[in-house]
Write a protein that binds this ligand. Structure first.
Ligand code: UDP
Length: 235
């Protein structure tokens, strides 16, 4: 295996599958199967899930809601998604722990870095819920932050696109995929990989990012084995 410890970031929208909103159990079960394959090989897997399939702070603010209130609702949405994935992982036979940045003692542990690392060392898949616990941030930033805290080797951003392109491949047929790109090139070309806060955190801490298509079964394993199927951002 190419990595010892990885942080997988999944967007909330990815959990919708083909549904217009909410959580598609088929998609969640597929993710659980893919994650199990990699965890069974002894790779330590930590996961951050977004909440965009349920609630986004920025969108709610546009509708007139107080931004901080709306962001806390978004963080709660990530806990719902985390619980769905935790359930699917446990059903697939993986030991998991859900650690939340906002205390919810009945359903998950509070986030404590040393405890997270210990769970990983024991072979449990760790899910980080409630983002960073702070409004005005995103789950991409939570993913970068947690990855740095637990000293992950890489942040894997699982999307429905198979990497970073010169333009949006869903809109521009001439868009070309990068196999590898530096942090500076991403800035210069104004490419959309993660929000700036998340991206800068990775760059400053020399944490590589790989963007890849998580929706194709088996891709997560290929990435864990070091196959160049997505786009690697480093340097
Ligand atoms: N959020 C937040 N702080 C965080 C992480 C998330 O306030 O540290 C809120 C924010 O309102 C965001 C929502 O939770 O819109 C859902 O997260 P995100 O948009 O990152 O989800 P994704 O786009 O990955 O589904």
């Amino acid at each position: 295996m190419n990595y010892k410890r990885i942080l997988l970031k999944l967007s909330g929208e990815s959990l919708m599958g083909n549904k217009p909103f909410g959580i598609d159990p088929e998609r969640v079960n597929q993710y659980a199967k893919d994650i199990k394959e990699v965890a069974d090989k002894g790779v330590e897997v930590a996961i951050v899930i977004g909440g965009g399939n349920i609630h986004r702070g920025l969108d709610a603010e546009k509708g007139g809601m107080d931004r901080v209130q709306a962001d806390y609702m978004g963080m709660l949405a990530t806990v719902i998604n985390s619980m769905a994935l935790q359930d699917a992982l446990e059903k697939a036979g993986i030991k998991t722990r859900l650690l939340s940045a906002i205390k919810m003692e009945q359903i998950c542990e509070p986030f404590i870095r040393r405890r997270a690392v210990r769970h990983l060392e024991k072979g449990r898949v760790v899910i980080f819920g409630a983002g960073t616990g702070n409004p005005y941030f995103t789950t991409d930033t939570a993913a970068s932050l947690r990855a740095i805290e637990i000293e992950a080797d890489v942040v894997l951003k699982g999307t429905r696109v198979d990497g970073i392109y010169t333009a949006d491949p869903e809109k521009d047929p001439n868009a070309v995929k990068f196999e590898k790109i530096t942090f500076n090139e991403v800035y210069k070309k104004n490419l959309n990989v993660m929000d700036m806060t998340a991206f800068t955190l990775c760059q400053e801490n020399k944490l590589p990012i790989i963007v890849f298509d998580m929706n194709k079964p088996g891709n997560f394993m290929k990435i864990a084995l070091g196959e160049p199927i997505g786009t690697l951002v480093e340097g």
